[in-house]
Design a protein around this ligand. Structure first.
Ligand SMILES: *Cc1c(COP(=O)(O)O)cnc(C)c1O
Length: 510
């Protein structure tokens, strides 16, 4: 007779089943510490390999070659030990993982991470607290609250502020828009959207964003049943910051068409240009028209830590709600993000209760429950511990210095690019996103978009340099996103030369 794995019957007349010694070693428990230590140690060896061997930001592997390795994996035949497990994981993943910590990785909004946060992450996943209620995470509840208060304080909010950690900026922007919509309906139409759904007027609700704002605003409007049509994209100036006069005109136009302006989203640090909207002037417009003022500071929250550049965020304290992404700007591992509101009572608009978690009758001053403030997630990671350990060990000032150094290098790189006759830089950047293209003088007739696309692709598959790209007015541009304080002007000069070489290769291929 086949025995189930790990189970043996003691004898014919004792039908009681016991398990082999060590059968539960794969579970994390009081007697499996040795197995745990061994597993973690083998995992950290993979990380050493990643740091030592991945000397370029990418291996350059092509999707079809990587996929062919995956074809050999059979989930029905488990591996014999952690060594074989991580050997396989290295082959499939680690050896081809994009290395954000290298200076030649200058593509997307991925920061190198700080070590105290990585140490915290070990506790986060092993202890595995879920942040919904006090009975699932006692100290974690207060650590998260203290960090939310601290962030609110940095923004300039008073003790009335509140908020919640969540998975990312897109979610925080969603919370901002949701509160804006539901608040408007309650306050001005006497309509409770949480209970009754969107009112008939909802198709006339309008949200004003800049034409360089994050695309999650569009997604969120459509998820909320307002449709993308609810988003009004306001013109930006030559530095790609929202023009307050254009905003006022857009609001007047919408009012004239019979539509209902409900919210304004200012962007502190656009994804493409890293520039901050004029937050103070936007605050005046929002106030004048009674708009909910949300600030998407997913990236720009970095400036909260810099005494030198903090002034760029002046006016952020007038926002009703703010998105901050610690995993973009505070050197935190993904995910680490928060939604902050100026007035904590606004969070009550969207509160839901479950009898088994947060019953209506409970006194939440006595027995707190973070889930009352969380719109999307129920079970929620204790990401706050990573930021906690970072701030307690490094302190605000040192983190701020890391940020200032990377901003200063971006400014030097912008000047350097402006001096190159064969490069066109579109705009300077408050935070460190430079959009440019290579335009060499050539006797050959070439298409600039095709050339720059060729450069980007060829650099990617060489693995040596990873840059990003974007389109502006239908034209293709390359983009540096600079978040690494260890990247120097010498590194970016070197990348510029590599770009030139690929440009030459393109011209020769014509
Ligand atoms: C990255 C980004 C977001 C989205 O944040 P996620 O954490 O990726 O969900 C929102 N707004 C801006 C300006 C961003 O740069």
């Amino acid at each position: 007779m086949n025995q189930p794995i790990g189970v043996e019957t003691l004898s014919e007349d004792t039908p009681k089943k016991v398990v082999n010694k060590g059968f539960f070693d794969d579970l994390f428990h009081e007697d499996s510490e040795k197995a745990y230590q061994k597993a973690i140690q083998t995992a950290t060896e993979s990380i050493s390999g990643f740091l030592k061997q991945n000397k370029t930001p990418f291996s350059g592997i092509k999707p079809k070659d990587l996929l062919s390795v995956f074809d050999t994996i059979d989930f029905d035949t488990p591996l014999k030990d952690y060594k074989s497990l991580f050997d396989e994981v290295e082959k499939l993943y680690v050896n081809h993982a994009t290395a954000y910590h290298l200076p030649n990785y200058i593509a997307h909004l991925n920061c190198p991470v700080v070590i105290p946060a990585l140490a915290a992450e070990i506790l986060v996943s092993a202890i595995n607290s879920s942040q919904d209620t006090y009975d699932q995470s006692a100290g974690g509840t207060f650590m998260e609250r203290k960090l939310i208060d601290w962030t609110g304080g940095q923004i300039g909010f008073d003790h009335q502020c509140d908020g919640i950690f969540n998975a990312g900026g897109s979610q925080s922007n969603m919370m901002g828009l949701l509160l804006a919509r539901d608040y408007y309906a309650l306050e001005y139409l006497g309509h409770n959207i949480k209970l009754a759904g969107n009112p008939p007027e909802a198709h006339r609700f309008r949200v004003f964003v800049s034409d360089k704002s994050h695309f999650s605003n569009m997604k969120n409007a459509s998820l909320m049943g307002l449709g993308e049509q609810a988003i009004v994209k306001v013109k930006t100036d030559h530095q790609f910051r929202m023009i307050p006069k254009a905003l006022e005109q857009a609001i007047r136009d919408e009012l004239e068409s019979g539509n209902l302006p409900i919210a304004l989203v200012g962007t502190a640090g656009t994804t493409d240009f890293g520039n901050v909207d004029p937050l103070e002037e936007l605050a005046h417009v929002a106030e004048q028209h009674h708009l909910w003022y949300h600030i998407d500071a997913a990236w720009g929250c970095a400036l909260l830590l810099s005494d030198k550049y903090r002034y760029l965020l002046n006016g952020i304290e007038k926002a009703d709600s703010v998105t901050v992404d610690y995993h973009k700007a505070f050197f935190q591992p993904i995910s680490s993000s928060a939604f902050i509101v100026r007035n904590k009572y606004h969070l009550n608009i969207i509160k839901h209760h479950a009898d088994y978690l947060n019953p209506v009758e409970q006194d939440y001053d006595e027995l707190p429950a973070q889930i009352n403030k969380s719109i999307v997630q129920s079970t929620r990671r204790f990401d706050a511990l990573k930021l906690w350990c970072t701030l307690r060990l490094m302190g605000r000032e040192k983190l701020g210095k890391y940020i200032e150094i990377s901003i200063d290098t971006a400014k030097d790189t912008a000047s350097m690019l402006r001096q190159q006759e064969d490069f066109e830089l579109l705009s300077g950047s408050d935070l460190g996103a430079l959009v440019f293209r290579h335009l060499p003088d050539s006797t050959k007739d070439y298409n600039a978009c095709e050339m720059n696309l060729f450069i980007k692709k060829n650099m990617f598959f060489s693995g040596a340099v990873l840059v990003a790209s974007t389109k502006v007015n239908g034209r293709f541009y390359l983009k540096f996103t600079m978040l690494n304080p260890r990247t120097t002007l010498k590194d970016t000069q070197n990348i510029v030369n590599i770009i030139r070489n690929h440009g030459q290769a393109y011209l020769q291929s014509l």
